[in-house]
Design a protein around this ligand. Structure first.
Ligand SMILES: *Cc1c(COP(=O)(O)O)cnc(C)c1O
Length: 413
């Protein structure tokens, strides 16, 4: 008999303290434990309400427990969960068709996270370069302050040394260049480069949009040297910046695009999109993952794409963005000692702390959380806002009220 099952494991009381006792301490979660959510509303164990301007780090873009997704998932849960890659399934075939129709890509590979999508992209780029040009062509160029995930390969490609310290030896032939610096790109992208990977807007690195000229220069340098251009759209994609994928408004088409986060609205799924000519360098057995493209993940992503990739939906993202930017511009004008100028695209927005308050972004978001507004940071110096794309004008006004109250409280402390 299973003693654990008899002892009420599924219902026993747990608290934030339990985290410190039983989970590996890789995170420092907030003091409150959310238990329930709907749209942009979240409630904690005490029944306290919060307005969520994080979307779980740009994930729940259609809001928590979105009814369309709940309905589609409930049907699928009662129909078919998982098969393994010895069989394909209808939802994944529909999802692959939808994504390739909506983008530059001809082919999709599905996995479970952003890191895995980038891992697939980087492996495919190396395989392509080695087969087409030879083993000397293996260098990967990435940007300083970039973030591409936490597997050993993706964390080495990411441009934040603090995340690789202690994990050596690291994968080789990876170089980092300053973001938005065309001269540095020109000096680094030479004939031995297999791939250049870039976020069209850096998320974790501080919400820094890539210049169009810069992204265009990367495209030209890749064309000249035969390197593949990978756009990491794990955070920027799926409508977050006001287009289905951000590349669509840069005038630059990548060779490989990675997507995750909002693609599943909270259900894990990642995707790597590419062209026929590149995809053919992976063949049966080259790469894979047990859960990739399973019917549940594919069902939710299909409904997410179907909902978001509508002109009216995307136009509203830009409208909501303009309203939040107007509020933030006014906020930083009222508190110039505290904030710099807000930046970002669509509903991925960074509000940098001014010189005298560097390192204090998290402190400010904690005050806001106490007042019922959930916010993110990007590094130590930037408050990041990433509300669900369905955010209403009322919720935008409410967030502004709470932020102003938080600022007053923060300055008074
Ligand atoms: C979050 C993120 C990743 C990693 O995604 P995971 O799902 O956490 O593995 C990769 N790239 C970018 C740009 C991200 O924002």
């Amino acid at each position: 008999m299973n003693a654990k099952l008899d002892s009420g494991v599924t219902t026993r009381p747990v608290t934030r303290q339990t985290f410190d006792e039983v989970l590996v301490p890789t995170y420092a979660p907030a003091a409150m434990v959310p238990v329930r959510a709907s749209g942009l509303d979240v409630w904690d164990q005490e029944g306290k309400h919060y307005l969520d301007f994080t979307s779980g780090i740009a994930v729940s873009s259609l809001g928590h427990c979105n009814p369309v997704l709940v309905d589609a998932m409930t049907k699928q849960i009662n129909t078919l969960w998982h098969l393994g890659n010895g069989y394909t399934n209808e939802p994944v075939l529909r999802l692959g068709s939808a994504l390739t129709e909506a983008t530059f890509a001809d082919r999709a590979f599905f996995c479970n996270s952003g890191a895995e999508a980038n891992e697939a992209a980087l492996k495919l780029a190396r395989k392509y370069a080695h087969t087409k040009f030879g083993p000397h062509k293996s260098r990967i160029i990435s940007c300083l302050s970039s973030f591409h995930g936490r597997t050993l390969f993706t964390v080495s490609v990411g441009g934040q040394p603090k995340y690789t310290e202690g994990f050596e030896p690291l994968p080789q032939e990876i170089n980092h260049i300053p973001y938005n610096d065309i001269d540095a790109a020109r000096a680094a992208i030479l004939d031995d480069v297999a791939a250049v990977i870039v976020e069209p807007i850096q998320g974790e690195g501080g919400v820094i949009p890539g210049n169009k000229e810069y992204l265009q220069a990367l495209r030209e340098l890749c064309d000249k040297t035969g390197a593949l251009l990978i756009f990491d759209e794990v955070q920027s994609g799926v409508g977050r910046t006001g287009t289905l994928y951000t590349y669509m408004e840069t005038g630059v088409t990548p060779d490989i695009l990675t997507s995750a986060k909002a693609l599943g609205n909270g259900y894990p799924i990642g995707a790597m999109l590419t062209t026929n000519a590149i995809a053919e360098h992976f063949n049966v057995g080259s790469h894979g993952t047990t859960y990739g493209g399973n019917p549940l993940a594919a069902t939710v992503a299909l409904n997410v794409i179907e909902t978001i990739n509508q002109p009216a939906f995307l136009a509203r993202v830009k409208e909501a963005s303009a309203k939040i930017f107007a509020n933030l511009d006014k906020l930083s004008a009222d508190y110039p000692q505290l904030f710099g100028k807000a930046r970002g695209m669509g509903l991925l927005i960074g509000l940098p702390m001014a010189e005298g308050y560097k390192g204090r972004a998290k402190d400010l978001t904690k005050v806001a959380e106490g007042l019922g507004l959930m916010l993110l940071v990007a590094g130590f110096d930037v408050v990041r806002l990433a509300p669900a794309l369905i955010v209403s004008d009322e919720q935008i006004a409410e967030a502004d009220r709470i932020m102003r109250a938080a600022v007053e409280q923060f300055l008074a402390a």
